[in-house]
Design a protein around this ligand. Sequence first.
Ligand code: SF4
Length: 934
Amino acid sequence: MPFSQSDLMASQHPADRDIMQPGLAAYPPQAQWDDWTEFESRGWPNRVERRYALVPTSCFNCESACGLLAYVDRETETIRKFEGNPLHPGSRGRNCAKGPATLNQIQDPDRILYPLRRNGARGSGQWERVSWDAALDDMAARIRTALVEGRKQEIMYHVGRPGEDGYTNRVLQAWGVDGHNSHTNICSAGARAGYAFWMGIDRPSPDYAHARVILLVSAHLESGHYFNPHAQRILEGKRRGAKLIVMDPRLSNTATHADYWLPTHPGTEPAVFLAIAHVLISENRFNRDFVRRWVNWQDFLNARYPDDDVTFDRFVQRLTETYAPYSPEFAEAEAGIPAETIREIARVIAGAGTALAAHNWRAAAAGNLHGWTVARCLFFLNVLTGSVSTKGGTTPNKYNKFVPKPHTSPPAPDHWNELSWPREFPLAHYEMSFLLPHFLREGRGKLAMYFTRVYNPVWTNPDGFSWIEALQNEQQVECHAALTPVWSETAWYADYVLPVGLGSERHDLHSYETHSSQWVGFRQPVLRAYRQRIGKEVHDTRDVNPGEVWEENELWIELSWRIDPDGSLGIRKHFESPYRPGEKITIDEYYQWIFEQSVPGLPEAAQQQGLSPLEYMRRVGAFEVARDIYETHETEVRDARGAKADGEIATDADGKAVGVRIDGVVRQGFPTPSRKLEFYSKTLEDWGWSDLAIPAYARSHVATAELDGTRNEFCLIPTFRLPVLIHTRSANAKWLNEIAHANPLWMSLRDAQRVGVATGDLVRVNTSIGYYVLRVWVTEGIRPGVVACSHHMGRWRTTENEGMSRWASAKVTLERNGSRWLMRKDHEVEPFASSDADSQRVWWHGTGVHQNLTFPVQPDPISGAHAWHQKVSLEQGRPDDREGDISVDTDKSHAVYKEWMARTHPAPGPGGLRRPEWLDRPLRPTAEAFRIGS
Ligand code: SF4
């Protein structure tokens, strides 16, 4: 029995109903999703009826994975449009512009429809069509040979947008390889590290809707983390009276909605947070009881003041002394925010009580040397206010996420891949992915089989020319398969280009910390689900996708089966059906098992609707497992061992820590060594970072003191994006490119006058490895002394009709002379002939500039995050400069790489470890692999 509109309203959180009702009135009730009639827009002025089946799936255009509802034309069996899925607990029927633009992507005339194999030099643009069978057989043979010959570290899967929770990691685990590589270190590694050192969990989940104060670093309302689900809840919180504080050197859309906009000089954010902490502590406005119970203050006193009495009062005394130097006046001198404003904000935050929702993800944490301290110092305010895991506060994300288990869990890899986890970065949060070309150049290893998957390092990463050099080197990278739904600058240098599905053409499971709940979302191939709904058989997802576009779920099953056809490597058993022993699992069986066995409450909910759990997910698209999840750390642990005194760790029968005793009761706590929130990090102390073992401020590489104004030196912020663009895939969405197709350099009037430029003029931006040329936009929406240029622009291709979407890319000429690279645009976007009549109507020309090519790698020595902000010098465009010109010397970029590597404190650490055992890793290897020499 399908849902009715009243069921839908009943399924919402009571507090949401008033907010949901106006929006949802426009949605078809779920009872009519099999047969929904609308008037044909193209039929106007006649009232031509068109009948649709509505099929849920999830957007794949950013990490939020909002629910989408595909409108399948019942007559033509094609998708006509995408709207929001009102039954999705995270997005609640709302989407940003990129969700509906999925339609552009699936209909894009420039998309790749068939597997391709290169038949010329890498990057020459010579391709031939190849069958999936031939491609899979070749890749399987290479992988099998590497496994059999003990070269497991030569197999690497490098992912950009995962869009799923664990499916591919399980595949790699089944192969027994430590081969997961990600984009995280050019994205969120800094923020993750800052949170992980506090609580052992590397993401925050702010409860914006119930907050009294919302404190944001970055542009959450226009492009932030979990963009749409968070943005709608920030506005909900504001509507309920929350104060909004935004820290951003740029006047983002979010800042325009703020009660307080703090345009700090980049990298000084921690100084402001510590000054706020100073006020909270010195005015005794912090939550003493929470700090007493949940902070590891005893460890701090024991380590730093061994002669002190270990009492909480003594700790408060030492805390006050420690943060006395971080006065608002100190922060004003560093950050340029008036001391009185900082005091006022500190009092506003104190007034939030335990309802302070704060968030930092990329932004400053991804911009600076020591960027991770932004999150570390920001969360200090949550700790001081006791707003950790409270209603309206900030919860460790793990508690707002639910990842169901599949039918088998392969064992952990038994080795350590030093190409991804080099010894120089023992505390890195995720793989040192963006240094790969330099590691290969230094001869640290090679790759027998390299997958890039929805990942475009040539364009997305810093130092893209070094990536091209690495990808063109067949000794360093023997075989490169690009799994991608669209052409990209990286796919151009692959051996195989394998077309994988977009958001409506693939299966994925995901769960994200959008609010104080746990939910599971189900991305599915829409036309497959539709055909199954009307009783038609589908063999695999290629039957319904355009051309031979495949979904990765099925692809990985098939590839794994071919690597181990007889089961002798122990791989095949993980891809056998749980219902038909010894036979290959189907994708329906994979999800059937999970939904039947692994998602609490789903079978019962499905039964109430007269559906199987799989049918329920195919028809509804998401399931909420739990809601209103707060204070998980307070959960009482019964039957634990040890913990005879307060502060002692309790264990289970296997000796695994399960809790800590607080005021006589064993409570679950946090997954840190102390099971408490670690104000004092013994880990940082033991691994050589004593100065940063407690929340502290360390100057960034772009601090004002580093900039010489007389040479027109500025801090460049390249970390923001325009709300309608995404990384690699928005180039294929014509609507999005029509809206946004320029990334000028933001400059204040004062600075523009100093450099002698005005809006529209060309300016040359010099970095430490080269330069780029673009136009100026003079605005008061940027802090003087700082310039900014959005990323996700500057797409390019080297041939007229292939290699990148023509909606968004410029045709360029690339020249290489040894380590010197030059790029110049031959022409911008032009109208083009295609199956889409709109391609002849293209009126815009701009493509922006690919600034990331001119950035060297700048790895933070602790978190491993790339410090995106650049120290640049500006000059007026020279007479022969053209917009989009780029010049880079990759020898210089390798020299800068070495300078940053010299800042590291390599492993081994205590006990001969490569990495502290308690710090997590995606695809964690065995405990033995953590030891050097094992
Ligand atoms: S925020 Fe926009 S791009 Fe991201 S998942 Fe939602 S609809 Fe898609």
